[in-house]
Design a protein around this ligand. Structure first.
Ligand code: FE2
Ligand code: FE2
Length: 484
C-alpha cells in the first residue's frame, strides 16, 4: 500500500506557520473583536485543518531551523524571516516546540485566542514554560502540548538569564562601548577624517545579541543621562529604545542591527550645528532654526562619507534623513516626493522624541516625567507618530516607565524600578527614596504598587503625582542598578 502523506505540501505548512505567527502578532496589538484578529483566527483554523492529516502535528525549533515532526522546513528567501521569527519566539519562551492535536480542528475561536494570549504573555514571565503549562490546564486547551527544550546546565553565566546583576552590568558595558565607538566616529567626522563603521557595527551586533535575551534591562538603561554629553547619550538612548521597539515587533536580528546603527547615527549631522544654537536657552530665530533643520539631511550626507561599503551605507541612509518627519509627513526637511516614511524612520522618530522630552537639558532644568511624555505622545498617534508603533512603545515601557519618580499617598517618593510582574497590571514596582542627612536620596524598601487591600479591592498605596527624577536631583540609573 502506498504511503499516505502525513501532511500536505510545504507551501501549505508555510501558509499555516505564517498564519500562526501573524495571529500571534495581531493578538498582541489588537483586541479580540478587531477585524484583523477575527480574520486571523479563521485563517489559522483553516490552514491548520488543511495541513494536519494525522492525529497530531509537532512544530519544533532546533539549531535555528524549524522542523515539522522530524522534517526540516526549507530555509530560503521566502521562508527565512518566518523561520527566524518563530525560532526566536519559541526560544524566548524556553520552548522546543508545540504539538497540535487533531481536535484543534473543532476548537472554538475563543480557545484559539486564549492560546495566543497565553503564548504571548509567557514572553514576559520569569518562568514562561510553567506559565504556559498552567494556562493550558486552566483553560482546558487539551488539543495542545508543549515540547520542552532539553535542559541546559545551569551556572552563573550572564547568558543563562538567571543572574540579573550580571546582565545589568553587561548592558551597562554594552552602553559604554556603543557610546565610545559612536564618539570616535563623530569625532573623526567632525575633524574631517574618514571614519569607518566596522567597530560600531560590531558593538551594536553584540548589543543586539544581549538585547534579544533581555530587552527590559536595555530600555531601563536608556534612562542613563550624561548632562554634558547630551548628543552622545541621546544617540545611544535612541538606538537602544529603537532596538527595543524593533524587538517587540519581532524584527530579525539583521534588521535590529541595522535599526540600531541607523538610530545611532540619526543626529550625526548635529556635529555641524554650532554649540550655541544647539544649547540656546529660549527660542531659535529663523536663521538658527534653519541651521538646526539641516541636521537630518546632513546626517545622511555624513553617512555617505563614512568608510564602509556602498551597500551598507545605502541601507542606513534613509531613516536618519526621515527622523524629523512626522507620520503625516509634516516636519522637516520638507518633502513632497514621499508617500510614507520607512518603518525604521517611524520607529526612530518615536524613540527620538521620547528621549528628547524626557532628557534634562542645560537650558531646561525640568524634563518631562516619562509617564507624562508617553501621554503627550499618545495624543500625536496617527499625526506625529505611527499609531500602532506608539502603542507598542507604550506597552513596552508601561504606564509608569522605569525611571519615573512617584509621589505616593504615604508622602514618600519612590522610583519605578521595574514593570509589574503581574499580568495586565499597570502599577509598577518601585523603590522608596529615602533622604539621607546629606540631602541625597538612597534606596529604601522596594514596594509592589499593584498590591490591593483585600477588603476594599483598592490599591494599598496610591500614586499622587509623577516627576522627572532630576527634579529631585535623582539619577535613576544609579538607583535602579543598585537595586539587585
Ligand atoms: Fe534630530
Ligand atoms: Fe535626535
Amino acid at each position: 500500500m502506498a504511503d499516505v502523506p502525513k501532511y500536505r505540501a510545504y507551501s501549505q505548512l508555510e501558509e499555516f506557520l505564517h498564519n500562526f505567527y501573524s495571529l500571534l502578532q495581531t493578538t498582541r496589538i489588537h483586541r479580540d473583536n478587531h477585524k484583523l484578529v477575527i480574520e486571523g483566527v479563521a485563517k489559522f483554523s483553516k490552514s491548520i485543518s488543511g495541513c494536519m492529516l494525522d492525529e497530531s502535528m509537532a512544530i519544533k525549533a532546533s539549531n535555528d531551523r524549524l522542523f515539522i515532526e522530524d522534517e526540516k522546513l526549507p530555509y530560503n528567501q521566502t521562508t527565512k524571516n518566518l523561520i527566524d521569527n518563530l525560532v526566536r519566539y519559541f526560544d524566548d519562551r524556553g520552548l522546543e516546540g508545540l504539538r497540535f492535536f487533531k481536535s484543534i480542528k473543532v476548537a472554538a475561536s475563543q480557545d484559539i485566542l486564549a492560546l495566543m494570549h497565553l503564548l504571548n504573555g509567557a514572553g514576559k514571565r520569569p518562568d514562561p514554560l510553567g506559565w504556559i503549562i498552567n494556562g493550558l490546564e486552566m483553560k482546558n486547551l487539551y488539543w495542545l502540548e508543549i515540547i520542552k527544550k532539553p535542559e541546559k546546565p545551569q551556572g552563573d553565566d550572564e547568558s543563562t538569564g538567571k543572574d540579573k546583576p550580571a546582565r545589568r552590568e553587561r548592558a551597562r558595558r554594552d552602553y559604554t562601548y556603543v557610546m565610545a565607538s559612536f564618539k570616535e566616529v563623530a569625532e573623526k567626522v567632525s575633524g574631517k577624517g574618514r571614519a569607518g563603521m566596522r567597530k560600531t557595527v560590531r558593538v551594536v551586533q553584540d548589543m543586539v545579541t544581549h538585547l534579544i535575551e533581555d530587552d527590559e534591562v536595555y530600555s531601563a538603561i536608556s534612562t542613563l543621562r550624561v548632562f554634558d554629553d547630551y548628543t552622545f547619550t541621546h544617540s545611544v538612548n535612541v538606538s537602544l529604545l529603537s532596538m527595543c521597539i524593533g524587538r517587540r515587533i519581532n524584527l530579525s536580528r539583521r534588521s535590529l542591527e541595522r535599526l540600531g546603527i541607523c538610530a545611532l547615527f540619526h543626529d550625526l549631522g548635529k556635529i555641524e550645528v554650532p554649540y550655541e544654537v544647539l544649547n540656546k536657552p529660549g527660542k531659535l530665530d529663523d536663521s538658527e532654526f534653519k541651521l538646526l533643520e539641516e541636521h537630518s539631511l546632513n546626517s545622511a550626507r555624513l553617512i555617505v562619507k563614512l568608510k564602509a561599503s556602498r551597500d551598507r551605507k545605502a541601507k542606513i541612509l534613509l531613516p536618519p534623513f526621515e527622523h524629523h518627519l512626522k507620520y503625516d509627513l509634516s516636519g522637516y526637511p520638507y518633502t513632497n516626493w514621499r508617500k510614507s516614511l520607512s518603518l525604521f524612520g517611524r520607529i526612530i522618530t518615536i524613540a527620538d522624541v521620547y528621549d528628547a522630552i524626557t532628557s534634562p537639558r542645560v537650558y531646561r532644568k525640568s524634563a518631562m516625567s516619562p509617564d507624562r511624555a508617553l501621554g503627550l505622545m499618545l495624543e500625536g498617534a496617527g499625526l506625529d507618530f505611527d499609531p500602532i508603533l506608539i502603542k507598542v512603545f507604550i506597552n513596552m515601557l508601561g504606564v509608569y516607565p522605569v525611571g519615573t519618580l512617584l509621589k505616593l499617598d504615604t508622602g514618600k517618593l519612590a522610583l519605578v524600578v521595574s514593570a509589574s510582574q503581574r499580568e495586565n497590571e499597570k502599577m509598577p514596582i518601585a523603590c522608596l527614596m529615602e533622604e539621607g542627612i546629606d540631602g541625597r536620596f538612597y534606596n529604601g524598601e522596594t514596594v509592589d504598587l499593584a498590591e490591593r487591600d483585600s477588603t476594599t479591592g483598592k490599591y494599598k498605596i496610591e500614586i499622587i503625582e509623577t516627576f522627572h527624577p532630576t527634579t529631585f536631583g535623582i539619577e535613576p540609573v544609579q538607583h535602579i542598578f543598585a537595586n539587585d
